[in-house]
Design a protein around this ligand. Structure first.
Ligand SMILES: C[S@@+](CC[C@H](N)C(=O)[O-])C[C@H]1O[C@@H](n2cnc3c(N)ncnc32)[C@H](O)[C@@H]1O
Length: 279
């Protein structure tokens, strides 16, 4: 009980801090017209597609061998969320994807493996651009600090998908101001600070192709805990979207909730969410 109160107070402090940081920023323009509008039923159909399940079972073998990144210690997306990312690529069929937040490359590997299953003539080269403020493939990069066997680039090489991916070292707002390409799907998993996500979303919206998709990670709806055994929250993404909506952007978030497979902490719950246009 005392632990629960302590975490509640820490969460509250974190929210207050993020709110103060957010207030320091002046209003940004946010135009969601290129964003696709998506409903829960569409996502549910992707996650329960039996053909996709068979394909996943085949791909998962190679992925778990070459992308042996355990959950918990590395801040990589958890294995259940990686599977969801794979399904989302195969469901939305993007030709080009942008990922913000490469880190050890767990999500990168799953995006690349799914893109490799798309019709190669439909893909644009590079099909996946992945950005991190740190050089993730450096000798002393995050993979080394996390005691992994290989860098993200080597992992992609071993998976046979290295040629699909372009690695960029840059801060997200800077990259998104001149994003090199337009993207069908953008995954925001870099900084989770409200002030950064508040800048990233409008910039990502202008880097989207028409009918594009934006995925968020670590989205805690209404800043409520998602897991009963870990009640800590990451308030940034939710506060950033809340402010954009308060300023009139016709956005809403579709949290992916419970997946049909395990994610973390003995649950099926994910913090993945799709940003969608209010209809
Ligand atoms: C949670 S980790 C991403 C995990 C990764 N998606 C995976 O599955 O392995 C967040 C990463 O975002 C990077 N990052 C933080 N702020 C950033 C920013 N403003 N621009 C680009 N990358 C950022 C960090 O260096 C870190 O590697």
């Amino acid at each position: 009980m005392f632990e629960r109160i302590r975490v509640f107070r820490e969460n509250q402090k974190y929210i207050d801090y993020e709110r103060r940081e957010l207030q320091k920023l002046s209003t940004v323009d946010c135009d969601p017209r290129r964003l696709r509008s998506i409903d829960e039923a569409e996502i549910h159909r992707m996650f329960t597609d039996t053909i996709l399940e068979r394909e996943w079972n085949d791909s998962a073998h190679s992925l778990s061998r070459h992308c042996a990144i355990a959950d918990g210690a590395t801040s990589a997306v958890n294995p259940g969320d990686r599977r969801a990312l794979y399904y989302l690529i195969r469901g939305f069929h993007p030709c080009r994807v942008l990922e913000i937040g490469t880190h050890v490359g767990a999500s990168t590997a799953h995006f690349a493996a799914a893109l490799a299953m798309e019709n190669p003539t439909g893909l644009e080269n590079p099909a996946l651009v992945t950005v991190d403020l740190e050089d993730v493939n450096a000798h002393e990069g995050p993979w080394k600090r996390m005691n992994l066997k290989c860098s993200p680039a080597e992992m992609l090489q071993n998976l046979g998908h290295r040629d699909l991916v372009l690695f960029i070292t840059d801060k997200s707002p800077n990259f998104l101001r001149s994003p090199r390409y337009q993207y069908d799907l953008i995954f925001l998993d870099g900084s989770h600070a409200a002030s950064v996500v508040y800048q990233e979303i409008p910039l990502a919206l202008s880097a989207l192709k028409q009918n594009g998709v934006i995925l968020l990670h670590d989205f805690y709806p209404n800043n409520k805990a998602l897991w009963s055994s870990n009640r800590r929250i990451v308030p940034g993404p939710s506060l950033a979207v809340q402010r954009l909506c308060e300023e009139g952007a016709p956005l809403q978030v579709c949290p992916l909730g419970a997946l049909p497979w395990p994610t973390k902490l003995g649950s099926n719950v994910t913090s993945l969410a799709v940003l969608t246009r209010k209809t």
